[in-house]
Ligand binder design. Structure first.
Ligand code: SF4
Length: 447
């Protein structure tokens, strides 16, 4: 493996990104070097998500392009990982002759061995059993943002909830939490290396239960990590409303580094659709939790996921969703049209909402959210917010950073601000971001 080069492309959520980082780490440990162009690579790795049909389609289209590369250089190894790989297994090898190795999320830590086996034996195979790795293997020695400012720590994997539309329990398996001791060690190493912001990851992150400490739950973990010297910001994603306990709500506003933001998927505002989705809560239970959260921290940002056109969603159910949105006033929203995913219970339900109606509902919902997001961002004009400066803005003319509520701020200020936590005065609230100015001088910032 020494001297080989690898290229990784990732589709899907932050958990997939983290898996790619781990795969890259294991290949690098085996002596491989990462490249950023598929044409230069000896190993092409595609890590895919199958939660949304769109991510899956993008991955297949990329694999189609890799087929041409493989024709030119037959020695290239093409490996496909992630949820799609887990779900398709051997079938993917049969459908795509250019693919050599298919590996599920439980085999990420052995990717170097799998590629080696393929190169040495010339064998094409699928490694998709769900028992190979242990929660210890979820440790990720890499820092995800490449700048050393922010890092992600996977604290648990899998899900026991079996929402009727979701493949995660089938492809990632049941919930498994990492030992507290190993998490603390990883987080401490990251903060000692200068990481200022940690995001804890898990499909159902707030269901965390330490296997090595009796009764040690997610709020205890947040409290322990908040005490790490140097840690300025702590976030987590994705949480389930039914696991948003009072103890967790109490953490907001009382643990200094814990940011005033929660991503809490509602998915639908209709109780009958929520029941069909097997979400385990009603609209009013969700609203009560948001209200308890806002009692502690009035400005807490709440973001969410919403599915429109779920089987059986009537116009009045959709109206309930819009009503819930007006009531919560989410800071931002990821919204999707329902698409049936293989193996799920919802895939067997009659898809009652025609595609054009799903699209119409999606547009109505997105228009409402645009209006709410803009109003909420406009309300911040004139306020001074703490911003963690990540680098230069997309157009290169300004600085870019994020507030504690996870809003993007593009702002002007003196040189040398990257990596700093600074006060920025908001001059304009736009739909998806804020514009502002840092009034500190270069001397004030120590630049
Ligand atoms: S909580 Fe539901 S939607 Fe989220 S990962 Fe688990 S089964 Fe999927």
């Amino acid at each position: 493996m020494q001297g080989l080069s690898f290229y990784i492309e990732t589709f899907g959520c932050q958990m997939n990104e983290q898996d790619s980082l781990r795969a890259g780490y294991h290949l690098a440990q085996a002596g491989c070097r990462r490249v950023f162009s598929p044409a230069e690579a000896d190993i092409l790795l595609v890590n895919t998500c199958s939660i949304r049909r769109k991510a899956e389609e993008k991955a297949y289209s990329l694999l189609g392009r890799f087929r041409a590369l493989k024709r030119k250089r037959p020695g290239v190894v093409i490996a496909v990982g992630g949820c799609v790989a887990q779900q398709e297994g051997q079938g993917l090898l049969e459908r795509m002759p250019q693919v050599d190795v298919v590996f599920g999320p439980h085999h990420v830590s052995e990717i170097d061995q799998l590629v080696k086996r393929c190169r040495v034996d010339g064998e094409r195979f699928a490694a998709v059993s769900q028992i190979t790795d242990s929660v210890e293997d979820l440790e990720c020695p890499g820092i995800s943002d490449g700048k050393g400012l922010k890092a992600y720590v996977t604290i648990m994997e899998g899900c026991d909830n079996f929402c009727s539309y979701c493949v995660v329990p089938f492809v990632r398996g049941r919930e498994r939490s990492r030992p507290y001791r190993s998490l603390l060690k990883e987080a401490r190493r990251l903060t000692e290396d200068g990481v200022k912001e940690l995001t804890l990851l898990g499909q159902n992150v707030n269901a965390y239960r330490a296997p090595d400490r009796k009764g040690f739950r997610f709020p205890d973990l947040l409290a322990a990590l908040s005490a790490l010297p140097g840690l300025q910001r702590l976030r987590f994603t994705t949480s389930h409303p039914k696991d948003l306990s009072e103890a967790l709500i109490d953490c907001f506003g009382s643990l200094g580094p814990l940011c005033e933001h929660i991503h809490l998927p509602l998915q639908s505002g209709s109780d009958s659709v929520l029941a069909e989705m097997n979400r385990g809560y009603t609209r009013s239970e969700y609203l009560e939790k948001i209200s308890a959260l806002r009692d502690r921290v009035p400005d807490v940002a709440v973001t969410s996921d919403m599915i429109v056109g779920f089987p059986g969603e009537r116009p009045e159910d959709f109206e309930d969703t819009l009503r819930a949105m007006r009531s919560v006033r989410f800071d931002s929203l990821y919204s999707f049209r329902f698409s049936p995913r293989p193996s799920t219970r919802a895939a067997a339900l009659e898809d009652t909402v025609p595609e054009e109606e799903k699209l119409r509902r999606l547009h109505v919902l997105q228009d409402l959210q645009k209006q709410i997001s803009l109003e909420k961002n406009k309300a911040l004009e004139g306020k001074t917010l703490e911003v963690l400066v990540e680098g230069v803005s997309r157009d290169g003319g300004q600085w870019m950073g994020r507030t504690r509520t996870h809003r993007i701020v593009n702002f002007s200020g003196p040189e040398g601000l990257a990596g700093r936590l600074l006060p920025v005065t908001i001059e304009e609230g736009c739909q998806n971001s804020l514009r502002g100015r840092c009034f500190l001088t270069r001397d004030d910032t120590g630049g």
